[in-house]
Write a new protein. Structure first.
Length: 203
C-alpha cells in the first residue's frame, strides 16, 4: 500500500491529502474494524497523506493519536452497542479544513440508530463542499455484507458510492479516491457491485 500511494503522489505532484477513516464499531463490523486499524496505521506512516481515525457507536472516539499502532487502536475500540452515524459524520465534518484535498471513508453497514435524515443531510454537505466521500459497507473477505439498502441507495443518490471492498483492493481504492477518480467507475472496473440510487425492493 505505501508503494502504491507514494508512487502515485510522486507522479501527480499534488499537495498532501487528508484522509478520514470513520469506522462503525458495532459488533457486526468486527472484521472491518481489524482491517481498518491496520490500513489506518499504514496510511499514518505516509508523508504524502494526513490520516485521522475515528471510531463510533452511539459515541464518537478519535483514535488518531493511536493510529500508528493498530494494536493500540484495537484496544481502543469497544465492539457492540448502538450506531449513530449522524453523530460520527458531524464530528468528521468538523475535521475537514480543505474539502478539495479530503477523502472521507465511512466504513459502516449503514444501520442507523440516530437521525437518518440528518445523516444523509451531512453526507450531502460533505460532497457539496468538494470532499470525496465513500461508504464502505464492509472491509473484509467475508463476501456480501448485510446492510441497510435504503440508506445505501440514498447515499448513492447524492453522489456517495456505497459498496463492500476486500482488503486487497483497498489500497487501489484509496489511490483512486486520492486521485479524485470516479469511484463508481473504479468499482465497476473491479467487478464490485455498487448500491443503486434506487433500493431493490426485494432486498
Amino acid at each position: 500500500m505505501p508503494e502504491r500511494l507514494v508512487g502515485h503522489a510522486r507522479r501527480s505532484k499534488q499537495s498532501q491529502r487528508h484522509i478520514i477513516l470513520c469506522i462503525d464499531q458495532s459488533g457486526s463490523m468486527a472484521e472491518s474494524v481489524v482491517y481498518s486499524s491496520v490500513f489506518g496505521a499504514v496510511l499514518a506512516s505516509l508523508r504524502t497523506v494526513s490520516t485521522r481515525l475515528v471510531a463510533f457507536d452511539t459515541e464518537v472516539v478519535d483514535l488518531t493519536d493511536q493510529v500508528d499502532d493498530p494494536v493500540d487502536v484495537l484496544f481502543g475500540v469497544q465492539l457492540g452497542g448502538g450506531t449513530d452515524i449522524n453523530r460520527a459524520l458531524a464530528y468528521c465534518q468538523d475535521l475537514i479544513e480543505r474539502p478539495e484535498e479530503t477523502v472521507l471513508v465511512l466504513i459502516s453497514d449503514l444501520y442507523e440508530g440516530g437521525i437518518a435524515e440528518e445523516m444523509l443531510r451531512r453526507a450531502q454537505q460533505v460532497t457539496s463542499s468538494g470532499a470525496v466521500m465513500v461508504a464502505l459497507l464492509a472491509l473484509s473477505d467475508s463476501g456480501a455484507p448485510s446492510y441497510d439498502t435504503e440508506h445505501a441507495a440514498a447515499l448513492a443518490a447524492i453522489g456517495v458510492p456505497a459498496f463492500a471492498c476486500t482488503p486487497d483492493l483497498f489500497p487501489d481504492l484509496m489511490a483512486a479516491a486520492i486521485d479524485r477518480q470516479d469511484i463508481a467507475q473504479w468499482a465497476a472496473t473491479n467487478d464490485i457491485a455498487v448500491a443503486s440510487p434506487v433500493a431493490d425492493e426485494e432486498e
